[in-house]
Design a protein around this ligand. Structure first.
Ligand code: NI
Ligand code: MN
Length: 226
């Protein structure tokens, strides 16, 4: 089996290989774009980029129900462990080889408080080495020049926010694609709320025009096979 990426709306993706099902940023309850219910997902691992409600989402109940291991920064790891979930704490720049492949926590310029306002550590993104593919999920972030360094990893697919206001907007997202040089760029984190409404087709066209990457627009429930 190849690597399969299924979009669940906002910044939530299932990434599957023949070995494993990774669920990233499971914001399902309260997400009008989501194609699945939190009770219906059965991941092996849950990757959380930061503690904001639209990313942490249903991570804790899903982890407790399924026994999935949460992978996140050390502060979110501590929160998960305290609440009875299995978890693995990491931090920015650190990589770890799991049974399914390697995970590295990347920089993200953003915030990371829990919904109750308590400290959620530094926000992050993820570089994932799965089978023979390299994936990058940026999390919520501004554009940053160090994306050029991540681009040196030879990224097959980058998942990038385009919503503006809270994260990169369209112009910076196109620059990010230029820095990262992925083969394909999945656009995410738009249209979930009115304030992050974007013309994603126009952003995709700009990616096609100004970079070497193939832009990918996914409807919730759609799967990209690598
Ligand atoms: Ni956020
Ligand atoms: Mn967000």
């Amino acid at each position: 089996m190849a690597v399969e990426i299924t979009y669940h709306g906002h910044a939530c993706f299932s990434v599957r290989t023949k070995q494993v099902h990774l669920l990233i940023d499971p914001f399902l309850t309260g997400n009008a774009m989501a194609d699945i219910k939190p009770d219906a997902v059965t991941p092996d691992y849950i990757l959380v980029t930061h503690a904001h409600g639209d990313h942490l989402g249903d991570a804790l109940p899903i982890a407790k129900r399924t026994g999935a291991t949460v992978i996140s920064n050390n502060e979110i790891h501590t929160y998960m462990a305290k609440h009875g979930a299995r978890s693995h704490g990491m931090h920015i720049g650190g990589a770890h080889v799991f049974p399914f492949g390697k995970v590295k926590l990347t920089i993200a310029h953003h915030g990371s408080a829990f919904p109750d306002g308590s400290y959620g550590g530094s926000p992050c993104g993820f570089l994932l080495w799965l089978e023979d593919k390299v994936l990058y999920h940026a999390g919520d972030t501004a554009l940053f020049l160090d994306m050029q360094l991540y681009g040196e990893e030879g990224i097959d697919v980058a998942m990038l926010p385009i919503g503006d206001n809270f994260t990169m907007g369209p112009e910076d997202a196109v620059k990010a694609v230029g820095f990262l040089q992925p083969k394909q760029a999945i656009l995410m984190h738009y249209n979930t709320f009115g304030i992050i409404a974007q013309d994603a087709a126009a952003v995709a066209e700009a990616v096609r025009l100004h970079t070497q990457a193939v832009p990918v627009l996914m409807k919730p429930g759609e799967t990209l096979v690598l």
